[in-house]
Design a binder for this molecule. Structure first.
Ligand SMILES: NC(=O)c1ccc[n+]([C@@H]2O[C@H](COP(=O)([O-])OP(=O)(O)OC[C@H]3O[C@@H](n4cnc5c(N)ncnc54)[C@H](O)[C@@H]3O)[C@@H](O)[C@H]2O)c1
Length: 329
């Protein structure tokens, strides 16, 4: 039987590369697209020799051409960490808007089903906790995070318009903080930031008083949720994340224990518009997808720490965030 064909954008990134692995495992033909602006070919180089895998170096904010049939498109291209989107704000807005439009056009042309990677950031700094899909959010469009949050909100609106106006099969996953191997050690997200500091023998930096909360989902659980959502018949947004909420202060303590570092926690000023609380309401994912996270934080952190510990020494050098404020994202 002919293999189903899937286009994955952002394929050389953290989540995109894990999605490539999953679709290869399910015996799809995977077309991986990326312009490598924040991604790394090392994340997918183990797939290059496979006959059902191809890589296309392309910026999806420009016209996207893919020959042959396509069954599914997974649009995961976008800078995703605050350091990245503060450095490249216009590209971030473009990939969420123009990139999404290009891919929706491609999906329509190929009669493919498309899923977009939205984010808990559409809820901004939320006034309800946990956040259900019905919550409309509290986003500052002109704040530093607006370039990411509003691109993602526009992306959802555009995707829903293609669904209602053109009858396109679309899916929207709102991803909450996810972690695991292949994150960039110095991308400014809180987990690699803490582990990187511990490995370098630096103090762990908490922004604010550490009382703000996050909920971390292990990447394998997220990928399973995305896979189920794509194959479901549900076109409204679905939260996928782990509701096990923790304060950033407690999380720093967990990392200190995990890594055995003798360093301490230091506190710096809370950045603008940093969300105070973040916890997914996953009632919908449970009911519609029969999905819930399986990997507890202690186990997921151990695997992730092993990955970071075994990176070559030069990966530890932090060239990325000396000029940028790090967020506890
Ligand atoms: N990791 C998380 O916790 C999280 C949470 C919410 C949403 N998301 C979303 O998931 C997606 C992937 O995030 P990630 O954590 O893997 O980030 P990442 O930076 O590791 O991966 C993003 C990939 O997209 C590529 N890319 C960016 N702009 C592009 C363009 N114009 N054309 C082609 N490729 C481009 C980058 O080179 C990179 O390989 C993003 O859309 C992000 O917004 C991630």
């Amino acid at each position: 039987m002919e293999r189903k064909r899937v286009l994955i954008t952002g394929a050389a990134g953290f989540l995109g590369s894990h999605l490539c692995d999953r679709f290869i495992k399910e015996d799809y033909h995977v077309i991986a697209m990326d312009n490598l602006i924040t991604g790394d070919l090392q994340n997918i180089e183990h797939l290059f020799s496979l006959e059902n895998f191809e890589f296309c170096h392309h910026d999806v904010s420009k016209y996207v051409y893919v020959p042959g049939k396509l069954d599914y498109i997974l649009h995961f291209a976008s800078p995703a960490s605050p350091i990245d989107y503060l450095k490249i704000p216009i590209q971030t807005l473009k990939v969420g808007s123009l990139g999404t439009h290009n891919l929706l056009g491609l999906a329509k042309n190929k009669n493919a089903r498309m899923i977009i990677a939205s984010t808990s950031e559409v809820y901004g700094d939320p006034s309800v906790n946990p956040q259900p899909e019905e919550y409309w959010g509290n986003v500052n469009p002109v704040g530093p995070r607006g370039v990411y949050d509003e691109a993602k909100r526009f992306q959802e609106a555009m995707t829903m318009a293609y669904h209602t106006f053109h009858g396109l099969e679309t899916r929207i996953v709102r991803i909450f903080n996810t972690y695991g191997p292949r994150m960039r050690l110095n991308d400014g997200r809180v987990l690699p930031a803490f582990i990187g500091q511990a490995l370098r023998g630096e103090d762990l930096t908490v922004f604010g008083d550490g009382s703000q909360t996050r909920s971390f989902c292990y990447v394998d659980d997220l990928v399973e949720g995305i896979y189920r959502l794509l194959l479901s018949d549900y076109s409204q947004p679905v939260n996928i994340g782990n509701p096990d909420e923790i304060t950033i202060g407690q999380f720093a303590e967990e990392i200190i224990k995990l890594t055995g570092t003798t360093q301490k926690v230091i506190y710096k000023e809370l950045p603008t518009d940093d969300p105070k609380q973040r916890r997914p309401d996953i009632t919908k994912a449970r009911a519609i997808l029969d999905w819930e996270p399986k990997v507890n934080r202690a186990d997921g952190l151990k695997i992730t720490y092993e990955y970071f510990k075994n990176l070559p020494a030069e990966a530890l050098v932090n060239k990325e965030h000396k000029d940028f404020t790090t967020y506890n994202r």
